[in-house]
Design a binder for this molecule. Structure first.
Ligand SMILES: N[C@H](CCC[C@H](N)C(=O)O)C(=O)O
Length: 259
């Protein structure tokens, strides 16, 4: 079977993107998803995204982590918007469906402004925090994130009993200035550090913004810069959450696979 794909990246979080409006990709074939995401035996990516038709929406994005598991992906959603615009499915505004529900997005000066799902609350997790921004995130503030053992400590928390059986993503944060933080992330389903995590930086920005009475936070990740804007409600919930950043096409290719 020949599969045509595009490779996209959003601040270094990279994805195999497939125009599957024909709904012919065998999405239940998780070994195929794993193979396509494998950096030695396949194309190589943190995840794989199918773009499908969906009644009432411009498109539906179906996201798979590299291990075949599914969740909401913020950087992937920004890439899905850019890819759908490239395919001519949308112009500069869209309403699409993802695993955590409907999303609106706009393309502004080449960056994608993605509306994230509302967040009901920030929770304490020991000395740290836990936030679900469409996918689960443990957030730990550390002295110097550049020196922190992200993979070792990240995997320990990801597999901790408190998060069993589904696990969580794990983010480590060091404030850089009054309205900027540096974030490194261990991602569930990739089972490694990624260069950035969209739902993860959103979780970190909400915690930091709450602590510092901010409604806009700049985030520096190893893969590039992102911005998160949001408003806070009296009950401690958050809405009008925007994840803003670049999403770029890297290459187009075809791959022959045996299914
Ligand atoms: N690994 C995450 C999903 C992808 C999140 C990340 N790539 C993003 O940009 O939000 C999880 O299993 O919950």
């Amino acid at each position: 079977m020949e599969i045509s794909f595009y490779k996209y990246q959003g601040t270094g979080n990279d994805f195999v993107m497939i125009d599957d409006r024909s709904a012919t990709f065998p999405e239940k074939n998780l070994p195929l998803v794993q193979k396509l995401c494998d950096r030695k035996f396949g194309i190589g990516a943190d995840g794989l995204i199918l773009i499908r038709n969906k009644e009432g929406y411009d498109f539906e994005m179906i996201y798979f982590n590299a291990d075949g598991s599914q969740s909401m992906c913020g950087n992937g959603a920004r890439c899905a918007v850019a890819f759908s615009r490239f395919l001519g499915i949308i112009d500069n505004e869209t309403k699409f469906l993802a695993i955590d529900g409907p999303h609106k997005a706009k393309v502004v000066d080449g960056w994608v402004e993605l509306g994230m799902s509302p967040v009901s609350s920030l929770a304490n997790a020991g000395q740290d925090f836990f936030v679900n921004t469409g996918s689960p995130h443990h957030v730990r503030f550390v002295e110097n994130v550049n020196e922190y053992p992200v993979v070792q400590t990240g995997s320990e928390i990801r597999y901790a009993d408190q998060y069993a059986p589904k696990g969580t993503n794990v983010n480590f944060v060091t404030p850089i200035s009054q309205n900027e933080i540096q974030v490194r992330t261990y991602e569930r389903g990739v089972e490694n550090e990624t260069l950035s995590c969209g739902t993860g930086v959103t979780a970190c920005a909400l915690v930091y913004g709450y602590q510092n009475q901010l409604h806009e936070v700049n985030i520096s990740t190893p893969g590039g810069k992102l911005k998160v804007r949001f408003s806070e409600n009296a009950d401690g919930s958050f809405q009008n959450i925007l994840l803003i950043g670049p999403a770029e096409q890297v290459f187009h290719g075809k791959i022959n696979v045996i299914i």
